[in-house]
Design a protein around this ligand. Structure first.
Ligand SMILES: C[S@@+](CC[C@H](N)C(=O)[O-])C[C@H]1O[C@@H](n2cnc3c(N)ncnc32)[C@H](O)[C@@H]1O
Length: 357
C-alpha cells in the first residue's frame, strides 16, 4: 500500500513548506546541519523547534553556532512540553539495554535514554524519525537489543527499518559505520541512500603549518616508524588494541575517549579540531570555541553529516512533504502515488518498503 503523510503538522502553503524538526541528544549539531542541508537540496525550509543536550560545553558550542541554547537533561523534560514537529532526530548515546525476562516493547526500555525518545514519539507522533547509533548496537546482546528497539517503535505504531551505513561511501575520508533507524507513522515507500561518492582526499582535509603542540614525542614517533614505513601520500596511522599500526589514506572512526596517539597524521601528529570537524563533514563556518580536549570529544561523539543528510533527504521524500512543483528524480513522479511507485520501480528496480522488521 502506498500512502502519503498529509496529516503532518508542518505549515504547508503552496510551494512553501516548512518542515519542523527536533534535535535530541544534539551534541554540537551534526544532525541539525544534516537536516538544514537536506532541506536546501530539496528546496524546502526547515525549522528546528526544540533541542536537548545535557553537556554544558556542547550547549555553549551549539548556541554559538545555531543561536539556540539547548534544553538540558531530556529525562527531566515532559513530552507534552516538546513542541509539535514533523521529524524527530536523535543520535542517542549507546547505552546497554537490560533485557528483563520475556518482556517486550516500549515499557521494557524504561530507564534507558531510548525510552525518552520513545515517550516523545508516543506523545507527539511526528510523521517520521531518524535515529543514529554505533554499529555495535546491531549485534549487541546477540541482536536482542535492536530487536527490542524495533518492537518498541512498532508498539508505538511506527513502521521502522534500520541499516548500517559507512561515511566512506558518502565522500568523507573516515571509516565510520553507524546504524540509522528510520520510522514513519504512515506506511510509505522509503529507499535507503545508496551513495558511492568518492572520498575527499586527505590533502583537502589536512591543515598546513600545524603548530608544534600537535606533534607526538620523538619516542612515540620512533615507535611508530619501527612498525610502519612512511608513505608518500598523506595517511592517518591507526593503532589497534593489539598495538599494531596501519596507515590508510582515510581516518578510522574518530572516538571521543580514545588515546591521544590512536590516530596520527603521517604517524607524527594529532588531528587538529578543524580537521576532525572536516572528517565529520561540518562546514568551514563552524565556530570552534572550546578547548582541544572538548573539541576532540565533541567531534568524536558527533555524526558524519553527509550520511545523515542523505538519510534525511530520503525520509523527507518518502513522507511526500515536498511541494507539488518538486521535481522527483524522474519528472513523471508527480501525478499520484501509484504513478510515482510505478515509475520508481521502473527506474530503480527494487523499492525498500519501511517494515516492522
Ligand atoms: C552520541 S552524542 C550525539 C551527538 C550529536 N549527534 C552531534 O552531532 O554532535 C550523544 C549526546 O547525548 C548527550 N546526552 C547524554 N545524556 C543526555 C541526557 N540525559 N539529556 C540530554 N542529552 C544527553 C551527550 O552529552 C552527547 O552529547
Amino acid at each position: 500500500m502506498l500512502c502519503y503523510s498529509y496529516t503532518m503538522k508542518n505549515n504547508r502553503t503552496e510551494n512553501n513548506i516548512t518542515i519542523r524538526f527536533i534535535d535530541l541528544f544534539a551534541g554540537i549539531g551534526g544532525f541539525r546541519y544534516a537536516m538544514q542541508n537536506a532541506g536546501e537540496e530539496l528546496g524546502v525550509t526547515t525549522e528546528c523547534v526544540f533541542t536537548s543536550e545535557i553537556d554544558n560545553e556542547c550547549q555553549k558550542v551549539y548556541k554559538e553556532n545555531f543561536g539556540d541554547m539547548p534544553h538540558g537533561d531530556i529525562t527531566k523534560i515532559s513530552a507534552q512540553s516538546v513542541p509539535d514537529h514533523d521529524i524527530l532526530l536523535a543520535g542517542f548515546p549507546c547505552q546497554p539495554f537490560s533485557i528483563i525476562g520475556n518482556m517486550r516493547g516500549f515499557e521494557d526500555t524504561r530507564g534507558t535514554l531510548f525510552f525518552d525518545i520513545a515517550r516523545i514519539i508516543e506523545e507527539k507522533k511526528p510523521s517520521a524519525f531518524v535515529l543514529e547509533n554505533v554499529k555495535l548496537l546491531v549485534g549487541h546482546n546477540k541482536g536482542k537489543t535492536i530487536k527490542r528497539i524495533m518492537e518498541a517503535l512498532n508498539e508505538l505504531g511506527y513502521h521502522a527499518t534500520y541499516k548500517v551505513l559507512n561515511a566512506l561511501n558518502f565522500g568523507l575520508p573516515q571509516k565510520r559505520e553507524r546504524v540509522f533507524i528510520v520510522g514513519f507513522r504512515t506506511p510509505c515507500f522509503f529507499q535507503w541512500p545508496s551513495e558511492k561518492i568518492p572520498m575527499k582526499p586527505l590533502s583537502k582535509i589536512l591543515e598546513k603549518n600545524v603548530s608544534k603542540e600537535f606533534f607526538a614525542s620523538d619516542h612515540i614517533r620512533k615507535k611508530r616508524l619501527e612498525k610502519q614505513e612512511p608513505t608518500k601520500e598523506p595517511t592517518i596511522w591507526h593503532e589497534n588494541k593489539a598495538g599494531n599500526i596501519s596507515a590508510y589514506p582515510f581516518s578510522c572512526a574518530l572516538r571521543a575517549g580514545a588515546s591521544y596517539n590512536y590516530l596520527l597524521v603521517n604517524g607524527e601528529r594529532r588531528l587538529t579540531s578543524r580537521e576532525m570537524l572536516r572528517l565529520q563533514g561540518f562546514p568551514e563556518s563552524f565556530k570552534i570555541i572550546c578547548s582541544y580536549t572538548q573539541a576532540r570529544k565533541q567531534a568524536g561523539n558527533s555524526l558524519p553529516v553527509p550520511v545523515a543528510q542523505a538519510v534525511i533527504k530520503k525520509t523527507i521524500e518518502a513522507c511526500a512533504f515536498l511541494p507539488s512543483s518538486y521535481q522527483y528524480e524522474t519528472d513523471k513522479l508527480i501525478v499520484d502515488g501509484r504513478l510515482r511507485l510505478f515509475e520508481k520501480e521502473k527506474e530503480y528496480g527494487e523499492i525498500s518498503e519501511a517494515s516492522n522488521s
